[in-house]
Ligand binder design. Structure first.
Ligand SMILES: CC(C)(COP(=O)(O)OP(=O)(O)OC[C@H]1O[C@@H](n2cnc3c(N)ncnc32)[C@H](O)[C@@H]1OP(=O)(O)O)[C@@H](O)C(=O)NCCC(=O)NCCS
Length: 253
């Protein structure tokens, strides 16, 4: 990505994304977005963090390093003492006591969200390249009723809508996992996209849902020029985490 774009439009796009995510998640949630550059020298991983990716390929080390860099900066801004952000056995980040957060990366971009929060609170975020989910993958990701919904749209929109559902489920997974400790497959959750207001609702189709009570699970969907981003918080804010998100159709360059 960084190879074919000049820095200014990318910076602008990331600023816009940061603002939109902050607006959607709430003023208490810190958001950081940064490019992952092929020539990042990765000099700032703390020893315990470096150990976690010692055997990883350079691409993985770079995305991990940018995520840790952003997360540590957000934690500092939230008033936490400096220290490594360790990796739990299930691959999730071990946020310090009193902090919640989530990390995502895709080709060339990393996003981290973090806030002060207790064990009953969580954040989720996911970024994907803004392209279509291949037709053969759609039934693996989407439940039969999601497929029926997708098929109510013209053929040219279906791959994009399926990709949005995919991303919403990844966000849901990251948000629910710290709360329930439960692995959920793609058919163990159902997403309803609300294309007119940039939001999604999610339902967990697994007994573990009872642990989260009957509050609606809601998230925000942001479509940028190059990426789609979904995010949510638990419990939802007063108007749901996507309350102030612009519509799915909005485009920011
Ligand atoms: C965990 C998972 C969601 C990560 O998504 P991904 O597209 O591979 O990668 P992303 O870049 O968006 O996210 C990776 C980050 O997720 C975080 N993560 C990994 N496992 C996690 C977990 N169990 N809980 C919360 N966050 C987790 C990590 O911070 C990781 O980055 P890092 O290793 O650099 O710290 C995905 O690998 C997975 O296991 N999915 C299957 C379950 C699922 O999605 N179910 C959907 C129905 S709810």
């Amino acid at each position: 990505m960084g190879r074919h774009r000049s820095a200014a439009p990318l910076d602008q796009e990331l600023d816009t994304l940061t603002r939109r995510l902050s607006a959607a998640l709430g003023a208490d949630v810190r958001v950081a977005c940064a490019p992952i550059l092929d020539d990042d020298p990765i000099t700032d991983l703390l020893p315990e963090e470096a150990e976690a990716v010692a055997k990883a390929v350079p691409k993985r080390r770079r995305e991990f390093a940018v995520g840790r860099r952003l997360a540590r900066a957000l934690l500092r801004a939230l008033g936490f003492p400096p220290g490594p952000l360790l990796v739990r056995h299930d691959r999730s980040p071990q946020w310090p006591r009193g902090a919640i957060g989530a990390i995502t990366h895709t080709r060339g971009l990393c996003i981290v969200v973090a806030a002060r929060g207790g064990p009953d609170e969580a954040l989720g975020v996911d970024v994907e390249p803004r392209d279509d989910l291949k037709a053969e993958l759609q039934p693996l990701v989407c439940t039969p009723s999601e497929i029926r919904w997708i098929e109510s749209y013209p053929e040219e929109d279906r791959g994009r809508l399926a990709k949005l559902i995919f991303s919403a489920k990844e966000t849901l997974y990251k948000c629910q996992h710290p709360l329930t400790g439960t692995f959920l497959g793609f058919h163990q959750a159902e997403v309803t996209l609300c294309p007119s207001d940039g939001r999604f609702e999610a339902r967990i189709l697994h007994p573990v849902a009872a642990r989260l009570g009957d509050l609606p699970m809601e998230g925000t969907v942001i479509e940028m020029e190059s990426w789609i981003v979904t995010a949510m918080r638990w419990p939802p804010g007063p108007n749901g985490s996507g309350a102030s998100a612009p519509s799915i159709g909005d485009r920011d360059a």
